[in-house]
Write a protein that binds this ligand. Structure first.
Ligand code: ADP
Ligand code: MG
Length: 807
């Protein structure tokens, strides 16, 4: 799109009666100007050797009308501005050479109007020719005098902040003069009024402020913004036309100025030479830095010089012989400028507001399209708006139910919902990770694996055995985590599975000992490269409440560790544990409490039966003893009477015979009752175990419930409450209940894949209870098999031990 262009340079010769025909000649194509100076050392006008110069330019305007000058110099630049190209036209030359005449012309004579009013006229004419676009025109008029900025339109009413001291500001949108009034002009006439106002102010200022107008630069800027009338077109173009009437280029030495005048002259030359430097730098592709900031003129024109804009320079010269050296100087400037190339480009922008509106429109259309698709697919009530908190909470609850198995599938509704489902998976995962870590840190001291000194010290203290897998077991029920030997580390690498599998794998270990592999798991969670060691007894105490605590008693108080107190609690004091326990038994703990009570009833029943049997045995024994006594009396009496034998058979009387029969029967009874008692004792033992397990479970569950209900942070609480199916550190029980008796493998699988990572005590106890029940059940079954299967309590026969995990 961008093509390199040269800076266009023209020479305009001011008409004079004394034109130096001998010295100034024009090429036939009107594109060159030759200067010839007669060597006249006597007059000393020119001292250098050279006497002939030829300057190639884009056009020589000699005796050219204002009309012709405009068409040649400005017409194209202005036309291109309407297409989005910035344009700058500058008049350069010594004072009186006709710069102002060229740029502004005479304000009294329409025919002699200059480039400025003609440019405004062309702009408005072109706007009329483009009804497809809404084009706005604004103008500003800036004067730079002795490096000070003046707003030549400041006398007009302006909505902007006119009190702001003027300064040149660079912004992402481009360069602008802060404090300079920019006036909207809807009509050609208004634009002219502004121009005349500016011209008047320029003249007045030159008198009142002692400003020599020949020492100042004047920049009249026309700002154009063109929006397509078609609303779908979000692009719009902006452009600026800078019409610059530069200060006189005459050199200080020539003017013979002194004092203030001299100072001013120096400034002028400086800023003109800076202008030249900047334009040259812009034209040099290798130059990275363009010295725009050296003076106000170049700084203010930063985005309008060379570079990406159309640039035209008109060198105004005298045709008089007396001004030849200044003429030469101006021509040199012009020819230097001619060598410079620029790359004009369109200033295309995007109308953000229009873009938003168009996107909104499209969004509505697409939603309508979706609605049609939904109704065709019989999908009612599907919304595609961003989700609110309630909807997100519902998804969170769904995910939890899905994780615990109570929900088989999460229905796919739309993309937003799918994304939210994944998001909630992440939320739940991170909550659990945090919980796990927090709970580990509450219970254990973490030691860096690489910290051999500490490990050695710990080994010496006996907390970790030689193999590194003994733990601080205190009362046979507590447990801790030890150093993981490499052999004990799980081979699985899958991040998630490893976390779940490894931690739950611990539960298959023996009572009171968590697998050393767990230490590794903690690693994989977040306590990277650390080891865990049981550091306090409190964990043991809490996780394994003492046996004499009766679940049904009113004091199931679990010791509150100080660390637990430091745990973030919810506002308000948690209720005392005894009363909370009663509540728990009616609430979440109702089922396990029911089973517990049922087991206890059976136990008591068996105990009662056992004592009744024992009593019966005792009375049978007494009767046996007395019968034996009576028999002995009979025997003694018979012996005293002399024995009576019949063919080798001893004859006894009827009374003695009955006693013998009775004794036999009593002994039989005795044996039967005795067997019953033994069976009952086995049953009692088994039931006692069940009762203990249930009590354990009840207390553990209560602990969790109590924590969840009163001690866990609200953030964690909310999602837990959502459906409550996933519980901190609990194996989803619905999974357990589905286990068949011989499903040990499946159980293991579920543990590894479903169990949330939870080194807290609960899964450990879950697993232990499960294992114990299984073992005890098999044992009891075996012991009953060869005896009296009928004596197994019906409740035991009907249910598998895993059923006792029911809450
Ligand atoms: P500058 O702005 O360069 O100092 P001016 O534009 O003020 O010079 O010109 C000085 C005088 O010469 C003015 O009175 C102006 O009308 C007159 N003049 C300059 N150029 C022309 C021209 N091309 N035709 C007629 N008059 C001119
Ligand atoms: Mg002038």
């Amino acid at each position: 799109m961008t093509t390199r262009k040269k800076v266009h340079t023209y020479v305009r010769v001011k008409p004079t009666d004394e034109f130096a025909y001998e010295m100034i000649t024009f090429g036939e194509d009107n594109k060159s100007i030759d200067i010839h100076i007669k060597k006249d050392s006597r007059r000393g006008i020119i001292n250098n050797q050279q006497t002939d110069w030829s300057f190639k330019l884009d056009g020589v305007l000699h005796d050219a009308s204002q009309d012709c000058v405009y068409d040649t110099v400005a017409k194209e630049v202005v036309a291109q501005a309407l297409d989005g190209y910035n344009g700058t036209i500058m008049c350069y030359g010594q004072t009186g050479a006709g710069k102002t005449y060229t740029m502004t012309g005479t304000t009294e004579n329409y025919k002699h109007r200059g480039i400025l009013p003609r440019a405004l006229q062309q702009v408005f004419r072109m706007i009329e020719e483009r009804p497809t676009h809404s084009i706005t025109v604004r103008v500003s008029y800036l004067e730079i005098c002795n490096e000070a900025l003046f707003d030549l339109l400041s006398t007009l009413p302006y909505v902007g902040n006119s009190d702001t001291p003027m300064s040149i500001v660079e912004s992402p949108q481009g360069i602008f003069v802060k404090g300079l009034s920019v006036h909207m002009t809807g009509r050609e006439e208004d634009a002219f009024s502004l121009l005349f106002e500016g011209e008047t102010n320029r003249i007045i200022a030159s008198h009142t402020m002692n400003k020599n107008s020949s020492r100042s630069h004047c920049i009249f800027t026309i700002y154009i913004e063109a929006h397509s009338r078609s609303l779908s077109d979000e692009k719009y173009i902006t452009s600026k036309i800078n019409l610059v009437d530069l200060a006189g280029s005459e050199r200080v030495g020539k003017t013979g100025s002194e004092g203030q005048i001299l100072k001013e002259a120096t400034y002028i030359n400086k800023s003109l030479s800076f202008l030249e430097q900047a334009i040259i730098a812009l034209g040099d592709r290798r130059r990275e830095h363009v010295p725009f900031r050296q003076c106000k003129l170049t700084h203010a024109l930063k985005d309008s010089l060379g570079g990406n804009c159309n640039m035209v320079i008109v060198a105004n010269i005298y045709g008089d012989a007396t001004q030849l050296d200044e003429t030469l100087s101006s021509l040199r400037f012009a020819s230097r400028m001619k060598l410079i190339t620029t790359e004009p480009s369109i200033n295309e922008k995007y109308d953000a507001e229009r873009m938003v509106k168009n996107l909104e429109k499209e969004l509505i259309l697409l939603k309508q399209e979706l609605a049609i698709h939904d109704s065709l697919a019989n999908r009612a009530m599907v919304t595609y708006d961003p989700m609110d908190e309630i909807q997100i909470a519902e998804i969170n609850s769904q995910v939890r139910r899905y994780l615990d198995g109570s929900l088989d599938e999460i229905d796919i509704i739309n993309l937003r919902q799918i994304q939210e489902v994944f998001n909630q998976f992440r939320v739940i995962l991170s909550q659990q990770e945090e919980e796990v870590e927090a709970s580990l840190r509450r219970k254990y001291t973490l030691i860096n694996k690489n910290d051999f000194a500490t490990i050695t010290a710990v080994n010496k203290a006996g907390l970790v055995d030689v193999e590194g897998n003994t733990v601080g077991e205190t009362d046979g029920q507590g447990f801790g985590l030890g150093v993981a030997p490499f052999s004990a580390k799980p081979g699985k690498k899958g991040k998630f599975k490893k976390t779940f599998r490894d931690i739950t794998g611990a539960s298959t270990k023996k009572e009171g000992l968590l697998s050393p592999a767990s230490a590794k798991d903690v690693d994989s969670l977040s306590t990277s490269r650390s080891q865990l060691l049981s550091s306090s007894k409190e964990a043991d105490v809490k996780d394994a409440p003492s046996h004499d605590r009766e679940a049904s008693s009113s004091e199931p108080v679990v010791s509150d560790s100080p660390k637990e107190d430091s745990h973030t609690t919810r506002p308000g004091t948690p209720p005392p544990k005894p009363s909370a326990f009663e509540e728990f038994k009616n609430e979440r703990g109702s089922e396990i409490n029911r089973i517990f009570k049922q087991n206890k009833t059976i136990l008591n029943d068996r105990r009662k039966k056992a004592s009744e049997t024992a009593q019966r045995i005792n009375s049978i024994k007494k009767e046996i003893d007395s019968t034996k006594e009576a028999l002995d009396v009979q025997k003694t009496f018979r012996e005293e009477q002399g024995e009576y034998e019949n063919k080798g058979l001893m004859i006894i009387d009827e009374e003695e015979f009955l006693l013998i029969l009775k004794l036999k029967e009593l002994k039989k009874q005795y044996r039967g009752e005795y067997q019953d008692l033994r069976d009952l004792k086995a049953e009692i033992q088994y039931c006692q175990h069940l009762v203990d397990q249930c009590r354990q479970r009840l207390l553990t569950e209560f602990d969790i419930w109590y924590k969840e209900s009163f001690l866990i942070h609200e953030d964690v609480q909310a999602p837990l409450k959502a459906k409550g199916s996933i519980r901190l550190g609990l194996l989803p029980l619905s999974k357990l209940t589905s286990l068949a008796e011989d499903d040990e493998d499946k159980f293991g699988q579920i543990q590894t894949s479903v169990l949330p990572d939870c080194p807290d005590s609960v899964p450990f106890y879950n697993a232990r209870m499960k294992l114990d029940q299984k073992q005890n059940y098999s044992k009891t079954m075996a012991s009953f098999q060869n005896k009296k299967p009928g004596s197994i309590p019906s409740v035991l026969k009907e249910k598998s031990p895993s059923d006792y995990n029911l809450r």
